[in-house]
Design a protein around this ligand. Structure first.
Ligand code: SF4
Ligand code: SF4
Ligand code: FES
Length: 312
């Protein structure tokens, strides 16, 4: 695994451009390191992180890394989302994206504390996300959706952003890029792509707390009024449907069977004449406490077909 990235690789910035990476913490190991992840040994070059080790082996559990993109591309990690937590013998729980790969480190992706931390943090991300997958331009190619499916999210414990009165209007002003801030998870990838890679200086984070949002450095209210040159790099790195190419939104909303406006992730069912079963396995043993169908059946034995037919 290449790990030749150093801070000096960050492109120069003009004074007028607010950087996305300048405040990133220093990350990566100071030397080559051999790390054990779920019993698999992997040797990494200088500058590697625990996430580099995790992605190099076949881990027991899926480890999302929603605010990390590609350090060689000078984008992330920002250590914001904490969906990448793993357990280490020496340091306990750590964010794998930014923790250095220390020689001799023993990492467990399936430790109870690590899976619980990732689950809680993913649910926190989902709690501020408009989970309307079926009308989303990134449906089927969304990292948040992938993470939710891979970790069997059933009912995000903190709910989702589902209050239409609280929705921020979609910015449809650009001819090329649509911004739906209701789907933004504030990962900062677009800011770094725009400022530190393209050096265009269009995007930045503005506001604070619950009001934090993607904004424009020239103070514009809309993408059309910003200094955006429509290079599209921000769209490429956005993990969700917050930044989407214009014109292909509809084409991207169909591929996943079982997803409807009501169920979005988690309560999805692939339905054929012979087989009706959850698209994502149920987490809870007792389905009766959920609002959806009450079966955990993956063999088609105990669930009520009539209940499934009632489900959207
Ligand atoms: S498309 Fe516009 S906002 Fe996005 S990276 Fe390029 S210049 Fe920046
Ligand atoms: S618009 Fe996309 S890339 Fe930018 S912060 Fe929001 S989720 Fe991340
Ligand atoms: S990917 Fe590690 S904190 Fe977001």
């Amino acid at each position: 695994m290449s790990s030749e990235f150093t801070r000096t690789d960050v492109p120069p910035l003009t004074e007028a451009i607010q950087p996305g990476t300048a405040t990133d913490p220093t990350i990566g190991s100071t030397d080559t390191a051999t790390v054990t992840v779920d019993g698999h040994e992997v040797t990494l070059e200088e500058g590697a992180t625990v996430l580099d080790a995790v992605t190099a082996v076949d881990t027991n559990e899926d480890v999302p890394a929603l605010c990390s993109y590609d350090r060689e591309d000078n984008i992330g990690p920002r250590s914001e989302c904490r969906t990448c937590m793993v357990e280490t013998d020496d340091h306990g729980l750590v964010p794998s994206c930014s923790f250095p790969a220390e020689d001799g480190l023993n990492v467990k992706t399936d430790a109870t504390a690590a899976t619980e931390a990732r689950d809680v943090n993913l649910d926190l991300v989902l709690s501020n996300h408009n989970l309307r997958c079926t009308t989303c331009g990134k449906n089927g190619r969304c990292e948040l959706q992938d993470a939710a499916i891979a970790t069997d999210v059933e009912e995000p414990r903190y709910g989702v952003l589902d209050d239409r009165d609280a929705y921020e209007p979609i910015d449809d002003s650009s001819s090329f890029i649509q911004i739906d801030r209701n789907k933004c998870i504030l990962c900062n990838r677009c800011v770094e792509a725009c400022n530190d890679v393209q050096v265009e200086g269009v995007l930045h984070m503005e506001g604070s707390g619950q009001d934090t949002r993607i904004g424009f450095q020239n103070g514009a209210e809309t993408m059309a009024d910003s200094t955006c040159v429509s290079c599209g790099h921000c769209v490429t790195v956005c993990p969700t449907g917050s930044l989407v190419e214009k014109g292909i939104e509809d084409a991207a909303t169909l591929p996943i069977p079982g997803f409807t406006q009501k169920n979005s992730i988690g309560q999805s069912f692939e339905s054929t004449d012979e087989n009706k079963e959850p698209m994502t396995p149920m987490k809870q043993d007792d389905r009766s406490e959920t609002n959806g169908p009450t079966s955990t059946n993956t063999a088609g034995e105990s669930e009520s077909e009539s209940e499934l037919e009632d489900w959207p």
